[in-house]
Design a protein around this ligand. Structure first.
Ligand code: ATP
Length: 267
């Protein structure tokens, strides 16, 4: 499947000035031994756009997320960030533009660290030139963006709720002021009401700051709720992509039809 034209991706998007996609996959495949986890995948993410990737377990979503984070390189095809092949960016420079929040925040938090230390440590790894004041400003700014009061800076992870931990995880990513956030199943540890509030947070980040988001989920209902564009992945291939409303309305591929049948609330 070929990717959408740039005009289509950036039309009526206030955050897109140059017309260059923020992230672009062009015919990307990734092979592990005899398994082709991602097969000939092409898509684009424009500035200020939420793109959801849905697919069942084992369809290749996490491999695609790791490629988008530059944690893996493609076996073939090319990934471009702001028009430049990913290989031209150092990992450090890449992570200033693309940040991630992965599924289970408790696994990535050191239980003995305060929120302040967690945030400071992750920022320090990438950007050691910040002054103490600048560091404090960025921490407060990132926590405000995700709706966590700065008083939480002195708490430890076990003193936070699941929803707060997930927000701190997103704040940690936002401190680097990325242009793209890769969120892999960010709501998987949350109950239904917190799920909606986290999706609303993602939407606010897009609307207020023009953040682009690649949201990875097995839940089509969530993807439908929050995304501008939808990618449907099945056995390593993108079997559908387009504007979310159109993909859901047309449901061309049998797998999309099956996914929709499993989400009665959407109808
Ligand atoms: N490092 C690896 N080595 C070997 N095989 C791998 C590796 N990573 C992924 N795979 C294989 O690639 C395929 C896709 O896996 P992937 O984790 O990307 O799927 P997924 O859609 O994210 O699944 P889930 O939702 O269960 O995490 C699977 O068959 C998996 O076993």
């Amino acid at each position: 499947m070929t990717g959408p034209q740039i005009d289509e991706v950036t039309a009526s998007n206030p955050f897109s000035d140059s017309g260059t996609p923020l992230l672009e996959f062009a015919g990307v495949s990734r092979v592990f031994g005899s398994v082709t986890a991602v097969k000939d995948v092409s898509f684009q993410i424009a500035p200020g756009q939420i793109v959801a990737l849905v697919g069942e377990s084992g369809s290749g979503k996490t491999t695609l997320a790791r490629l988008a984070m530059r944690l893996l390189l493609p076996t073939s095809g090319e990934i471009r960030l702001e028009g430049e092949p990913v290989g031209k960016h150092s990992q450090r420079a890449y992570w200033r533009t693309v940040q991630a929040a992965f599924q289970d925040p408790s696994a990535s938090f050191n239980q003995f660290y305060t929120v302040r230390r967690l945030l400071r440590t992750s920022l320090g790894v990438l950007d050691q030139k910040l002054s103490r004041d600048e560091l404090e400003t960025r921490m407060a700014e990132a926590l405000t963006q995700v709706g966590i009061p700065p008083a939480m800076l002195d708490k430890r992870p076990h003193e936070l709720s699941g929803g707060q931990r997930q927000r701190v995880m997103i704040a940690r990513a936002l401190m680097l002021r990325p242009r793209l956030l890769v969120a892999d199943e960010p709501t998987s540890m949350l109950d239904a009401s917190l799920r909606v509030s986290l999706l609303n947070l993602l939407r606010d980040l897009r609307d207020q700051q023009g953040l682009s988001i690649l949201l990875i989920t097995h839940d089509l209902g969530q993807a439908y709720y929050v995304s501008d564009r939808l990618l449907v992945m099945y056995r390593g291939e993108l079997v559908e992509q387009g504007e979310t409303e159109a993909v859901v309305a047309e449901r061309r591929h049998p797998y999309t039809q099956q996914l929709l049948a499993d989400v009665p609330k959407l109808h």
